[in-house]
Design a protein. Structure first.
Lengths: 443, 364, 475
């Protein structure tokens, strides 16, 4: 013992180390570990009714030798604040909520009637939630959405976050995370876009029973333009195990209660919601979204369909072109005190389908040449899309295409003077002159 | 002499580590609060002032290649003033250590040890840092040299991912001159990175022509910090004020990182290494200053005194890490004016007349 | 004078050996000369005795004196004249002592019976292509192996005897002109200062040669092959050969030496660099894997990728042990199995490995006692341990330390531990050489034989880490 002390005396830091280990080891040794202490939440759903919040959490329940679907369940609780509702969920599960792996937050459109930033303040503050947590909204309740999300993997082998990531990369082509929402919210114009996925009920054959979306049956017709990005419904029969998996309802919580009424499925129609100062001002369909993305050079994964083409090659043909590349150049200037925003869009197109009556044309390289008439119609189509969207943005006084930033960066002083001269600076889009040049070329 | 010196390369690495100290966590958000994206220029301005201090150090080193700062100060200013200056250094590094600990603690508490005992971080860090200080400058400089590339790789990956998420040039020149200078002044305590060089002036083996090694590593540190600032402001822009941990946050915003696993673990490891090394440098500097204020007490006393003062001041007077961060914008800038600028200017007058340098033996 | 009486002199020596039964003595009378022989039956070669002493003596003519025996009669080249007080020592060394009545002189003929094995490939340093000879327990064989590799007049061998009872021959070897003489002097002095009863293996000397004798990190190089030792001597190091040990010690020593392998020098340098990098990663993994896994499970679930977290959570669900105890249990299980398989005869050892690895592991998982990720992590760290077999004991202890650090303090504790141990290693100077050279401090020239090894033709200078006198290796 004496020898041990003399050794420790030679190296006091070793002694300190041993003491620390002795202090912490017993506690750690009998700790079950965070991986077992926490309920792993992969998606958060928020509903609001009569000033009461209902938080639904898609939670992973560890069970040996089970599949992802069988070990996930939706747990929900109500409370006057989000924090309170989550605390109630913790009480129910007997575990603390681990939000670090939550990749998706779903809010119902009912929250967007008032300033939603107050409702999701908790999510902005809680440090364990990542900045890039995706924020989307749905027309049904968030709880129903999460229950439907559970079935995604079983039905089509994808997870909710994969589906939304696909949308972000290919359909929205804009960030729809919590961070992006706050960025828009705190911007001078206070406007932002968030993704939208609708929930619709299907019968046992997979057919839509009714539509809760604004556009109803017209949607499926409209989606034709989108080609492969179009209307996709995920339908199959609900597995027998899901009823049990969703059974971990908290105080006031319930899950999978809709079994008897048919199944609610997620429908991906490529829609987004336009938000101004935390309030939803419009829901944009895919065409309107396309209009917004005209100036977005990353938005290229899109088909353009031109009907009734008749020239030397085609006779009353329907041609579908895919945008292969896009170059966008924007510039701002002031002409006689009027701000002018000009954009030059060059589209590189490739023909992907040509139908002439009943017969499909044989594809060859010559067909890649875009006839003048078709090019003109594509230009008009793009311009019309942008004009329609601009009308919508002007009406709602929302700038989600970065006009303010562009002017701030290039003509800051003039732009500020211009804003000061307006009665309602928020309405500035109505006083800006837009010049759009679209050029079409074969890729 | 030979046994305790460090090479110019090692000194440069110490500089890079201290430059990164407490500038990669909270500072970008705090500065954004004052001058928006012009925080980038605030950093450039403050770095320019810092480089002047480095220049003064190099001048002094050329004039007194083998002498301790204590010898120089006593010779020119007398014993009393020398001790007062050392006392200021002592306090500067004590608060610097507290600030570093505070910002690291904020990060660790928010991102790493969410439920754990608040003292755990302190209990992990203090023994290791104390051991390094007892082992000496040469030992921990070599350790830093070994892990330097690990740290740099971590920082570079974070910066690369951050730049990969580039959202466009942040809007610059958006603040008034008064805002600019006020913000610069408010955050001056986060600087003063090269002051530790004065304290170890006799221990740095800086032959003629080796200054470039020192400057190279200083430039590396500055470029990294500036890149971090511009990437951070580009990514977050208007919400920059909401993000406390710049290095970690420029990674975690990436949508892609979800696909390849938790990339922010890289930022976490880098920050942990940086946290330890920065504190080693600051505590060693404190220890050096302490030994020169109290000539009769050796390094072991300085460590005990430091630990006691640190715990007492931190937990009783400062109380919470938020207070420490408030102090850095409150009264500590006034204190820093003396340490960061007044003392170097005094030293500049001492070092102005030139003398031919003395050559050293080669050392590792 | 009584001491010139052969019988009495033999009796005296016999007493010195405490009437040991393997001590043999004979007295012959030949041409009026009474000749006495003394030797140990167990260590002298009987046939050689007959050939070199007995037969020539039988046929000898003329007067028999020790001088005539030494110069004319005996057919051995290893005859020497010794003093009376050196008799015991020479008998122990395997010599036959010859006395003649009335003559004060004593001669010793070395007839040591070499009970040695032939140089074979040592189990710890096998090579795919390259020399396979390893050192044996016989120091003479080892010296000849060295001489064959460095056939130069500058290869110096200096003998020191250590052990009051064992009288072990220890040979200090170095290349004159390359080595720093200060190191030779320091080693010689340290060896001479050792007052111990016996040295049974080279490892006995390690503690005496280290700068910090209590350190858990070995500061003396150990090699079992003459090609490795020769290469080290050519770098300016000092070798220490110990009789009865197939291990040769070398100083100064840097930790990176153990990451090098003789295979690296007998294969393409690009491949060697890759293998060294793998070894380094493997050894880091071996040290940290268990601790990091525990830290992730106990403290940092939030940085574990979701899919892996789900696997961990699923597999650890319902285990009777907490993660800490589970990993410690598996760790202990592996260590027990390792020790058992090492000590059992080969065929039984193999059976134990099968039982341990397959039956215990698999059944343990199925019985819900341990989790598959836990088994994998500990198994990987335990296997990776033997990437650098020379450091396996140190690494094993470090594994345990980091396991405790990770489990008790999380990642911050692990990083703290890494820095603490690196600081500790940086404090060690092995005969003036930084222990972590050439990386900490960085010595540019020596990086040529670092993780990324250069072609032998490009390694023009000897390592600067060691204070060698002749820097140029290749002109």
């Amino acid at each position: 013992m004496k020898k041990l002390f003399s050794k420790l005396k030679k190296n006091p830091m070793l002694f300190v180390f041993i003491i620390i280990l002795l202090c912490f080891t017993p506690a750690a040794m009998f700790s079950p570990g965070e991986s077992n202490n926490r309920a792993i939440v992969t998606a958060i759903g928020i509903d609001k009714e009569n000033d009461e919040y209902e938080v639904s959490l898609l939670t992973f329940i560890p069970t040996p030798n089970q599949t992802y679907l069988e070990t996930n369940s939706v747990v929900s609780s109500k409370g006057s604040t989000l924090a309170e509702a989550i605390a109630k969920t913790e009480l129910t599960l007997g575990k603390r909520m681990g939000l670090s792996h939550a990749k998706t937050t779903v809010i119902s459109t009912s929250l967007l009637k008032d300033d939603v930033s107050k409702d999701i303040d908790y999510l902005g503050r809680v440090a364990s939630l990542s900045e890039n947590t995706i924020l989307i909204c749905t027309d049904a309740t968030a709880k129903e959405f999460l229950l439907a999300a559970q079935l995604l993997e079983k039905d089509i082998g994808t997870k909710l976050d994969k589906l939304i990531s696909y949308n972000i990369d290919n359909i929205y082509v804009t960030d729809t995370s919590l961070e992006a929402f706050f960025k828009g919210y705190f911007s001078a114009n206070g406007s932002s876009l968030i993704g939208f996925l609708s929930i619709e009920e299907v019968d046992s054959t997979g057919k839509q029973k009714n539509s809760s979306g604004d556009k109803g049956e017209e949607d499926s017709q409209d989606m034709l333009d989108l080609g492969e990005e179009g209307d996709t419904s995920y339908s199959s029969s609900q597995p027998s195990s899901s009823g049990g998996a969703g059974g971990a309802g908290g105080s006031g919580g319930s899950s999978n209660g809709e079994n008897s009424q048919g199944q609610k499925k997620i429908f991906n129609k490529g829609e987004v919601v336009l938000i101004k100062d935390g309030v939803m001002v419009a829901k944009l369909d895919d065409e309107q979204l396309y209009g917004i993305n005209v100036l977005n050079d990353k938005a290229i994964n899109r088909n353009i369909r031109i009907e009734n083409v008749t020239d030397e090659v085609y006779n009353n043909a329907t041609l579908t072109y895919q945008v292969k590349n896009k170059k966008v150049r924007t510039a701002t200037k002031f002409e006689n005190g009027i701000p002018v925003f000009s954009a030059d869009v060059v589209l590189g197109l490739e023909i992907v389908e040509a139908k002439e009556g009943e017969k499909s044309l044989v594809t060859n390289t010559e067909l890649n040449d875009i006839p003048y008439d078709v090019a003109l119609r594509i230009e008009q189509y793009v311009k019309k899309g942008f004009a329609d969207t601009l009308k919508l943005l002007r009406k709602n006084k929302t700038d989600v295409i970065g006009i303010t930033q562009k002017f701030e960066a290039e003509n800051r002083e003039n732009f500020r003077k211009f804003l000061e001269s307006l009665d309602d600076p928020d309405d500035f889009l109505n006083f800006i002159k837009f010049q759009l040049i679209v050029r079409v070329q074969s890729d | 002499m030979k046994d305790t010196t460090i090479s110019a390369r090692q000194a440069g690495m110490l500089c890079t580590i201290t430059i990164l100290a407490n500038k990669i966590f909270l500072l970008p958000a705090l500065i954004y609060d004052g001058v928006k994206s012009d925080g980038f220029f605030v950093m450039m301005f403050l770095f320019a002032l810092e480089l002047c201090v480095l220049g003064i150090f190099i001048l002094l080193k050329k004039k007194f290649p083998n002498n301790t700062l204590n010898f120089i100060l006593e010779k020119y200013l007398g014993k009393v003033i020398a001790r007062i200056i050392y006392f200021f250094f002592m306090m500067f590094f004590l608060f610097k250590m507290m600030l570093t600990y505070s910002v690291c603690y904020v990060y660790l508490k928010q991102q790493v040890y969410q439920d754990e005992f608040a003292l755990l971080a302190l209990i992990c860090i203090i023994p290791v840092v104390n051991h390094a200080v007892i082992s000496g400058l040469r030992v921990f400089s070599r350790t830093i040299e070994l892990y330097f590339y690990v740290i740099m790789t971590g920082v570079l990956i974070c910066l690369a991912v951050g730049l990969g998420n580039w959202q466009g040039m942040p809007i610059l020149f958006n603040s008034t001159p008064s805002e600019f200078f006020l913000t610069s002044f408010k955050h001056i305590f986060s600087f003063g990175d090269y002051l530790f060089l004065f304290l170890i002036i006799d221990k740095i083996h800086l032959e003629k022509g080796q200054v470039k090694h020192l400057v190279k590593y200083v430039a590396l540190g500055i470029i990294m910090v500036l890149t971090l600032f511009i990437a951070f402001y580009s990514i977050y822009q208007i919400t920059a004020f909401m993000h406390n941990n710049a290095l970690s946050d420029i990674i975690s915003v990436s949508l892609q990182f979800n696909a390849i696993g938790r990339l922010d673990v890289l930022a976490m490891l880098t920050i942990m290494f940086l946290c330890y090394f920065e504190m080693e440098i600051f505590q060693f500097s404190f220890s050096e200053a302490f030994c020169n204020v109290f000539h009769k007490l050796n390094r072991k006393y300085s460590i005990v005194v430091f630990d006691v003062i640190f715990l007492v001041v931190y937990f009783i007077l400062v109380g919470r890490y938020e207070n420490m961060i408030l102090y850095t914008e409150g009264w500590l800038p006034y204190f820093s004016i003396f340490t960061n600028f007044l003392i170097p200017i005094i030293i500049l007058f001492i070092s102005l007349p030139k003398r031919k340098g003395v050559r050293y033996e080669k050392t590792f | 004078m009584s001491f010139l009486n052969v019988e009495k002199r033999i009796e005296k020596v016999k007493k010195d050996f405490h009437q040991s039964d393997d001590f043999a003595s004979r007295v012959l009378v030949k041409q009026n000369a009474k000749i006495g022989f003394m030797f140990f039956k167990s260590i002298t070669d009987g046939e050689l005795f007959a050939e070199t002493i007995y037969k020539p003596l039988s046929s000898a003519t003329g007067e028999i004196t020790l001088e005539s025996l030494q110069n004319k009669v005996l057919k051995s080249s290893d005859i020497k004249e010794i003093k009376e007080d050196e008799i015991v020592e020479n008998i122990i060394s395997g010599s036959i002592i010859i006395l003649i009545e009335g003559e004060e002189k004593v001669i010793a003929v070395d007839l040591l019976k070499y009970l040695t094995r032939t140089p074979t490939e040592p189990p710890t340093s096998p090579v795919i292509m390259g020399p396979r000879e390893g050192f044996t327990e016989d120091i003479n064989t080892n010296i000849s192996l060295m001489r064959r590799r460095i056939a130069s007049k500058d290869l110096v061998m200096k003998q020191v005897k250590i052990g009051s009872y064992s009288n072990t021959r220890v040979m200090i070897t170095y290349v004159h002109g390359i080595v720093d003489q200060k190191i030779v002097e320091k080693v010689t002095q340290r060896l001479k200062e050792i007052k111990i009863d016996g040295i049974l293996d080279a490892y006995y000397l390690v503690g005496f040669l280290q700068e910090d004798e209590n350190s858990m990190f070995r500061q003396v190089g150990m090699a079992e092959k003459p090609d490795i030792v020769s290469s080290k001597l050519l770098e300016g190091k000092v070798g220490i050969l110990v009789d009865n040990s197939p291990i040769v010690l070398t100083v100064p020593f840097i930790i990176f030496e153990d990451l090098q392998n003789s295979n690296d020098y007998y294969s393409n340098h690009h491949y060697s660099s890759f293998i060294r990098a793998v070894r380094l990663i493997g050894i880091i993994m071996a040290i940290l894997a268990s601790g990091v896994y525990l830290a992730l499970q106990i403290y940092h679930y939030n940085i574990v990728p979701l899919n892996f977290l789900i696997t961990i959570a699923d597999t650890t669900q319902g285990l009777p042990f907490t993660p800490y105890i589970e990993i410690l249990f598996i760790f202990l299980l592996f260590q027990i199995l390792y020790e058992v398989s090492l000590r059992l005869p080969t065929y039984l050892g193999l059976a134990t490995s099968v039982v341990g690895a397959l039956i215990l592991g698999d059944t343990g998982v199925k019985a819900g006692l341990i989790s598959p990720p836990g088994v994998i992590i500990v198994a990987v760290s335990k296997i990776a341990l033997y990437l650098v077999p020379q450091q396996s004991s140190q690494v094993c202890l470090l594994q345990l330390v980091f396991l405790f650090l990770g489990g008790s303090l999380g990642m911050l504790g692990i990083i703290g531990g890494m820095i603490y141990f690196t600081n500790y290693l940086n404090k060690i100077d092995s005969y003036g050489v930084p222990y972590l050279a050439p990386y900490s401090p960085r010595i540019k020239n020596d990086l040529q034989d670092g993780i990324f090894k250069e072609n032998i033709g490009d390694m023009r200078k000897r390592p600067e880490s060691f204070n060698n006198k002749n820097k140029v290796r290749l002109k």
